[in-house]
Ligand binder design. Sequence first.
Ligand SMILES: O=C(O)CCC(=O)C(=O)O
Ligand SMILES: [Fe+2]
Length: 361
Amino acid sequence: MSSTNVDASKPPGNKYKVADIALIKYDRLLQKDPEEVARLFSACADWGFFYLDLRGEGTKGYIQKVDDLFAASRAYFAQPLEEKLKDTSQDIDIYNICGFKPMGPQGLDSGNMHQKSNGSENLRVPASLVYQPDAPSKLAFPVGMTSHETEFKGFIKESGAMARLILENLSDYLHLEGAQRFEAFHDASEPSTSSAVVQHYPTTNLPPNTSIGHFTHTDTGSITVLFNTEWGLQVHSPVTSEWEYVPPRDGCAIINVGDTLKFLSGLRLRSSLHRVVPFVDGWSSESPSRYACIFFLRAADTAKFTDADGVEWTAAQWLRRKFGSYRQPHEEQKKTTISTGKKGFAGLWDPESKHPADIVV
Ligand SMILES: O=C(O)CCC(=O)C(=O)O
Ligand SMILES: [Fe+2]
């Protein structure tokens, strides 16, 4: 099953809380339709999450690329761990900007449950391999993905263009000019940690002390373009303060706003807290795994912004701080707002307590 033939209008049993996020039409954003741009702004301000409807003629090729990438990911992650570890770049200065990251204690990140490690493995390809192909760099395209380099790079290019179109429309809506426009902080020719990631969430054979899913976090960067194959993504609702599902939807990307854009917008846009939980009841029976293909648009490394406490950061500093926090035990993470945006709140998943999102309504 791919992301693009899942229909969220038919949730398993119709009994789970689904986040009431907007559906924004990509074609109308391309045309800068004022009503759609206003809806886009509200979606980013209210939830920081929305579906981007890509079911037009012009995006057929892109959707095909996403499906190809899912197929490539399945093959990639099915390799033995030793093979995948050959793509791990241990020597890279900024955490996790390129290559394979294992799950469990070896991957270093804390998980979505108390005292557990993170349950997803991923492969990250920096956008700089597309935008600055000739720049001297220690980064190289992962060997285990070589036969899918064209699709991967195409995904980076087209997702990057979509994310920038969203920034452009938001800048227009806010009447931002020149260097203040959001796109100005995201010049593709500047070094950044923008990257594409394929992610695998197995439900069996996890390393010891590892929980299925993804830890609770807000995204570091500006715009995330996400496709996934199964239910499991939950957003912490700004309306109800409960966890609500954001299921995959046929022909649509899930878009969310990250911390950098929230800060660049003077807190007008929301960087919503989210996580992935093992909603295995709703996962397709033919696959015991969940997959995600993601593009993270992040500001240029040197772009500056001020956080909610009035402290100035560059985008590169913010990423290091954030990725460092994800590696801390939950008790430590709770002492600051870095990981989740909320002090004292780790948002851990507790399978013993009936979670609001899992209560029949
Ligand atoms: O797998 C998903 O649906 C979401 C993953 C995610 O939030 C992330 O990698 O930042
Ligand atoms: Fe995320």
